[in-house]
Design a protein around this ligand. Sequence first.
Ligand SMILES: Cc1cc2nc3c(=O)[nH]c(=O)nc-3n(C[C@H](O)[C@H](O)[C@H](O)COP(=O)(O)OP(=O)(O)OC[C@H]3O[C@@H](n4cnc5c(N)ncnc54)[C@H](O)[C@@H]3O)c2cc1C
Length: 366
Amino acid sequence: MTIVEKPQEQEQKMDDLLIIGAGPTGLFAAFCAGMREMRVRVVERLPEPGGQLAVLYPEKYIYDAPGYAKILARELASQLYQQSHTFGTPVYCFEEQAKTLSWDGDAFALGTDKGTHYARAVLVTAGIGSFVPNKVAVRGAEEGKPGIYYFVKSLDVFVGKRVLVVGGGDSAADWALAIHDIAKSVTVVHRTDRFRAHEASVRRMMETVDVRTFHELKAVHGEARVEGATIFDNRTGTENTIPVDAVVFALGFKADLGDLRQWRMEMDEPNRHIKVDPTMATSRAGVFAAGDITEVAYLQQQELPEDQRQYDGTHLSIPSPKYVERKERWGLIVTGYAQAAVAVNFAKRHITPTASLSPGHSSAMR
Ligand SMILES: Cc1cc2nc3c(=O)[nH]c(=O)nc-3n(C[C@H](O)[C@H](O)[C@H](O)COP(=O)(O)OP(=O)(O)OC[C@H]3O[C@@H](n4cnc5c(N)ncnc54)[C@H](O)[C@@H]3O)c2cc1C
């Protein structure tokens, strides 16, 4: 994916909208904001766009992305990033973590680990938060060493290689099967004989890949590059050193909202989701949220069962309370798109109260 350089002239000026997170929701929000001629900055902790698509399942096909019968997650991320530059010139600040948010009387000030950005409105699309891979303390398996993978960005690095996959969940099975098609060999080690992965994937993995259950990784060998690994049977203690060129740790990720919890927005009970109304406004004026990070709360008119309805010829009687509160979390890309569109257009109206809510038709713009 080609990352667009930050335009210099836009560095110092005040933005209209600051978007926190370049997952699919944030990327589509940047496109929507471009349609409304808003000056946009996107702050993303990772080095590339795509959020969960780029980090957790880049090589999996998505079948419910509108307009595509099927599309690889990393390809969808790339298309969304490209699309976000259609009408505007969003500035992407990669490898930058949003930390604090304050209102200075005139604008929001977003404090990051690299500096401060100012904007009239803020849209939080931080998904499930920042991802940190789960790790095991294994000699020779330090993050950053060539051949050691805690994040897999592309399968190409495994072409013709001998690969060891560590783990027993969905991502271990998915990576083992995907890598098997292009690698010289794939070995999977898992500490039990119970897998937390889709049954069909486990069955296929057992049939096609060298799976060692009740085995754990003890050490990775090689200095400048990976040359081998010592694994052991955790029932007998028997050790075995096998030649490998790469080790993929598929032990899951911890996701953490971190400092965002302190931004004085109302959250749900476990402090995991930001409460929003149907306009995607948070409890803090000028701050909107969309995508996986949200819990949408709304009032729904109570419906009475047929036999309890009383109709006096003109009016239908409704019980008290007339409305019940509903809360929804979606966790889908397509809902994130819709929420992004709603959030951006309400943010536009927040900044310019006379602005229309509807962005109009994109087909009329060029
Ligand atoms: C294995 C798997 C398969 C899936 N398959 C599908 C599917 O087929 N169809 C579907 O609709 N959905 C699927 N989903 C769900 C889908 O991926 C999510 O709904 C979607 O990614 C949510 O997008 P988002 O932009 O809201 O959040 P995310 O994708 O989580 O992106 C949030 C971004 O915000 C960044 N961020 C967080 N905190 C900060 C901070 N403080 N500063 C800067 N940046 C920050 C993160 O680094 C991340 O890049 C799947 C999920 C998984 C895990």
